[in-house]
Design a protein around this ligand. Structure first.
Ligand code: EPU
Length: 430
């Protein structure tokens, strides 16, 4: 059992480098399945969701060579359809991009139903509606999603999404890139990772326009070629360090970011009394005075990201007065709250509204990461309080944060990763 031990109560100071975006790297890596050639992908975060994805792709015949800590060569020339490992695929959410990628390459797909963080019901009906519009016959059988088509190729179509879906938009964009004819996605999600994946596919010879707006046009091409492409910086990792700097009352320069992607986060931090300075590819976050209570509503990009909700909640526990967070994307992204309550936080949940009565002192405690961002929220809270907190289930944090312990230590945190024997296993052994 690996755990993180934190002795908090020290402001963070210094500089931290942000890694490549997990949620951009995932669709790009799976989109390589469309390419019968070598692609070099740079600025890839070294996180377990990405490593699992490499294992999934290797399992279907991709050749993946590590070039440096953050760049890989992916050659999908010899991949086979329908052979991905059930247990690896169901471990994570991003593996659903293999559906779009196999359908785009082979005109059919067979991939296990995806997993991912538990935020209540996470349907993929919009993905399926999109695949059907592209001429796929979709069935779920024995835990697998299967797509078949008569023509052996995705066929261009007009698709209107009922909700703004990041995964659905990317999956359909990937499937349609090498499809037959024009696909138009309306009410498309606009997140920066969608633009990044479109840019990658276009660099490989695809013809995609409008990514970043709510209408994306994809003119299918016969064939894609290899390329070298660098993934954008991770806006949620950056936002998490911004909040950590603010929560500990520190002063941190966060390098390798696109400040435009951070605007909603910067605006809310400023409302809460935090100073945020923007540079070309960095932001500097500092706080000297007291935090102010504020209200947040999570929204699709360019709104405040749901993936920053738990971290913001941890921060608002430290602000005098009552703050409200309205979670408008997921119906149950609240499991982390129990862990903050363990530290003494006064938080209530009513439907999708979280009310945080700030200003009550928090204390160090044995804590658990319940999901990726919830885990980091708890870690941020632990950094703010004196005494030792112990965080378990850190594999959930490591799904999406590259070297979080090393980066926080670089900012002066007293933090380490330790291996502690599982008490149940140890008792049995005794
Ligand atoms: N939805 C549907 N039907 C669908 C698809 C989505 O009803 O077919 C609903 C969802 O239930 C949710 C909303 O639409 O209420 C938005 O879901 P979306 O499809 O946008 O989310 P996702 O693709 O499952 C990705 C990220 C999440 C991030 C969300 C929102 C990846 C691998 N995952 O999930 O990232 O929270 O977009 O921005 O990119 C994380 O990194 O911690 C994380 C959870």
């Amino acid at each position: 059992m690996e755990k993180i031990l934190v002795n908090g109560g020290r402001p963070l100071y210094g500089c931290v480098e942000v890694s490549g975006s997990k949620n951009a790297a995932l669709p790009i890596i799976y989109a390589c399945v469309l390419v019968k050639d070598k692609c070099i992908i740079e600025n890839v975060p070294n996180v377990s969701d990405i490593r699992h994805s490499f294992d999934i792709l290797r399992g279907i015949g991709a050749k993946i060579r590590t070039l440096t800590r953050t760049s890989v060569e992916i050659d999908c020339t010899g991949v086979k359809c329908g052979t991905s490992d059930y247990n690896l695929v169901r471990k994570m959410r991003g593996s659903y991009y293999l559906l779009g990628a196999e359908f785009g390459r082979f005109g059919r797909a067979r991939v296990a139903y995806p997993g991912g963080c538990d935020f209540g019901v996470r349907p993929i009906d919009q993905h399926i509606k999109g695949f059907e519009a592209l001429g796929g016959r979709v069935v779920t059988d024995g835990g697998y999603i299967e797509i078949n088509s008569d023509s052996g190729r995705a066929k261009g179509a007009n698709i209107y999404f009922d909700v703004s879906t990041v995964g659905g938009t990317l999956n359909i964009m990937i499937a349609a890139a090498t499809g037959d004819g024009m696909t138009v996605i309306e009410n498309a999600a606009r997140e920066p990772h969608i633009v990044d994946c479109a840019n990658f596919l276009n660099t490989c010879g695809a013809n995609i326009s409008g990514a970043g707006s709510d209408v994306i046009k994809i003119k299918g091409v016969e064939k894609l070629h290899g390329c070298t492409y660098a993934v954008i910086p991770d806006m949620i990792e950056a936002g998490s360090y911004m909040v950590a700097a603010a929560a500990t009352g520190g002063s941190v320069r966060i390098n390798n970011v696109i400040p435009k992607h951070l605007e909603a986060i910067s605006a809310k931090l400023e409302e809460a009394g935090v100073t945020v300075e923007e540079f070309d590819d960095a932001v500097h976050v500092s706080r000297e005075g007291e935090l102010k209570h504020t209200n947040v509503k999570t929204l699709p990009y360019p709104g405040f990201p749901t993936d920053m909700h738990p971290q913001m909640c941890a921060l608002l526990c430290l602000a005098e007065g009552v703050s409200f967070i309205n979670e408008s994307i997921f119906d149950n992204r609240f499991r982390y709250i129990e862990e903050l309550r363990r530290m003494g936080a006064k938080i209530k949940v009513d439907g999708r509204i979280v009310s945080v009565e700030g200003g009550h002192p928090l204390s160090a405690a044995p804590l658990m990461a319940v999901d990726l961002r919830g885990g980091v929220a708890v870690l941020i809270a632990a950094l703010t309080v004196e005494g030792q907190s112990e965080i378990s289930e850190i594999n959930l944090i490591e799904r999406g944060y590259d070297d979080v312990v090393g980066k926080l230590r670089g900012l002066g945190a007293d933090i380490k990763k330790v291996y502690l024997p599982d008490p149940v296993v140890q008792k049995k052994a005794n």
